[in-house]
Design a protein around this ligand. Structure first.
Ligand SMILES: NC(=O)c1ccc[n+]([C@@H]2O[C@H](COP(=O)([O-])OP(=O)(O)OC[C@H]3O[C@@H](n4cnc5c(N)ncnc54)[C@H](OP(=O)(O)O)[C@@H]3O)[C@@H](O)[C@H]2O)c1
Length: 262
């Protein structure tokens, strides 16, 4: 398999490095492009397995998957430039650009029948723990399976209809920043309670990781796990209620909803 990543900057580069670690892609050729040689040199130092070129058409020629990761406002220009090198009867086109719909992409490609995917990973793809949303247009079940199988190796991939992409972005791509903010806040509490900053952060990071792993592995509900640590009249319920008095649940819900453009 040959995968071309057009625009291997922050997101494209993170995807490229993650794909290079996927077991089922160990024989695949992953070609990355960028605007400048400096970006390609940086990528080479991070993952020597990647093939690199400044020539988008060269990268896309004979690729099975062409993943577009340039900024949204450059997409039209880059697609126009790439178009002669694309074989849309055979290739899968994937875009990670925020706010560009599947229909927009089909129009840019000038091909109603093209197989197009939109992909919304989050930054945890860097450590193979991305929550990735996938939607498609004109894809067969087999092509969907191929894309899902690849991105399930970089964390968890969820196939959704396109109308869920914005909500998914709010929950997982913006949500990772919310989780970071919780970690920072809890770390600050830890310092006030007497731990050194580095210790406090490690404690909170493992606590949050443990909470997520517990739910993922047991399929348990958060309230069930909360019940296990709250004794009647105890300190945990006192702390939880204090969080709620200051509007914790409401703040989280409002924060996520604020990420949706309405
Ligand atoms: N799904 C998500 O959760 C998520 C999150 C963030 C971003 N995104 C999307 O990812 C895309 C990239 O964002 P980013 O933050 O990764 O931006 P970025 O770091 O600026 O990366 C864009 C890359 O495109 C390259 N580039 C620019 N013009 C090019 C051209 N003509 N041909 C080939 N490469 C070209 C740049 O090369 P140089 O480095 O050499 O200038 C850069 O490496 C955006 O569309 C954004 O909406 C998605």
């Amino acid at each position: 398999m040959r995968i071309a990543i057009i625009g291997a900057g922050n997101m494209g580069g993170a995807i490229a490095r993650a794909l290079a670690k996927c077991d089922t892609l160990s024989d695949a050729t992953i070609v990355c492009t960028a605007k400048t040689q400096a970006t390609l040199d940086r990528l080479h130092s991070q993952q020597p397995r990647l093939h690199l070129t400044l020539d988008n058409r060269e990268a896309a020629t004979d690729a099975d998957i062409v993943l577009l990761a340039v900024k949204p406002w450059l997409m039209r220009e880059v697609v126009e430039q790439l178009r002669p090198a694309l074989d849309l009867e055979r290739q899968i086109i994937i875009s990670v650009a925020a706010g560009i719909s599947l229909d927009d992409l089909a129009t840019m490609l000038g091909c109603e029948q093209a197989t197009i995917f939109r992909l919304i990973p989050n930054t945890a793809i860097e450590v193979m723990s991305s929550m990735t949303f996938v939607c498609s247009r004109g894809a067969t079940a087999e092509q969907q399976q191929t894309v899902m199988q690849i991105f399930n190796q970089t964390g968890c991939a969820m196939l959704v209809t396109e109308d869920k992409i914005e909500a998914g972005t709010a929950l997982a791509s913006c949500g990772i920043a919310f989780a970071m903010r919780y970690i920072r806040a809890a770390g600050e509490a830890g310092v006030e309670l007497g731990f050194r900053a580095a210790e406090a952060h490690k404690i909170v990071e493992y606590t949050v990781k443990g909470a997520a792993e517990l739910l993922l592995h047991t399929q348990s509900h958060p309230e069930t796990e909360i019940d296990k640590v709250t004794t009647a009249g105890g300190i945990t319920i006192r702390g939880l209620n204090e969080l709620e008095h200051t509007g914790f649940t409401s703040a989280v819900i409002r924060g996520h909803k604020a990420c949706i453009k309405r």
